[in-house]
Design a protein around this ligand. Structure first.
Ligand code: VGL
Ligand code: ZN
Length: 201
């Protein structure tokens, strides 16, 4: 059991990110049993949930002539265009059916605004609009975070780097994460996390 100052952040373990889903991450479902076991080591367990309105701006279907996995320019920077995924209230947006959700004390939903994507559990992709997670953690005296989930090179990476920049001691358990790995994103993610001082456990 970790001390009460240490929380587990489980990123986007949702049906659409698992095999058969709209934005399937290879092996995404394989991490569920290990995450279920890991939850018992933490007094504070937090889940994040990618939670897009229909016609979200990150969907390739909103960009005529563009295909999923292409990169476009948004006012806040480059944006990979995704297949429609994790639409609020749809089965694909639900947590993987085998994921234990009862131990979670907080569910952070993100990507809720059409105009801006949100990979990080802390900030939307403009890197300024907060989700409120930082305040939640600080007011509860959390200093250390362990991250697991999907996808290593997007939401896990952005969450881990933001957490480290905010001053939390961050460990990413790589064997309990899986990556999309498009256009060199996994290697870039490893570099960014290492540079930010994230420990890869
Ligand atoms: C994610 C792409 C689009 C993720 C979310 O959870 O890593 N990736 N939306
Ligand atoms: Zn998304």
């Amino acid at each position: 059991m970790h001390p009460d100052t240490h929380a587990l952040l489980i990123v986007d373990v949702q049906t659409d990110f698992c095999p058969g889903g709209a934005l399937a991450v290879p092996g995404g479902d394989a991490i569920v049993p290990g995450i279920n076991v890991l939850m018992d080591d933490f007094a504070t367990v937090i889940l994040t949930q990618d939670w897009h309105p229909p016609r979200h701006g990150s969907f390739a279907s909103e960009h005529p002539g563009r295909a999923p996995m292409e990169v476009t320019q948004m006012p806040y920077g480059p944006q990979v265009l995704w297949p429609d995924h994790c639409i609020q209230g749809t089965p694909g947006a639900a947590f993987h059916p085998d994921l234990r959700t009862d131990p979670a004390q907080l569910v952070i939903r993100k990507g809720c605004r059409r105009a801006i994507d949100s990979y990080s559990a802390f900030f939307e992709n403009d890197h300024t609009t907060p989700t409120g997670l930082e305040g939640y953690l600080r007011t509860r005296g959390i200093t250390d975070l362990t991250l697991v989930g999907l996808a290593t090179d997007f939401c896990v990476q952005f969450s881990a780097v933001d957490a480290a920049r905010l001053g939390f001691a961050v460990t990413v358990r790589a064997e309990l994460c899986r990556a999309i790995d498009t256009g060199g994103s996994l290697e870039a993610a490893h570099t960014a996390m290492r540079t930010a001082g994230v420990r890869m456990g």
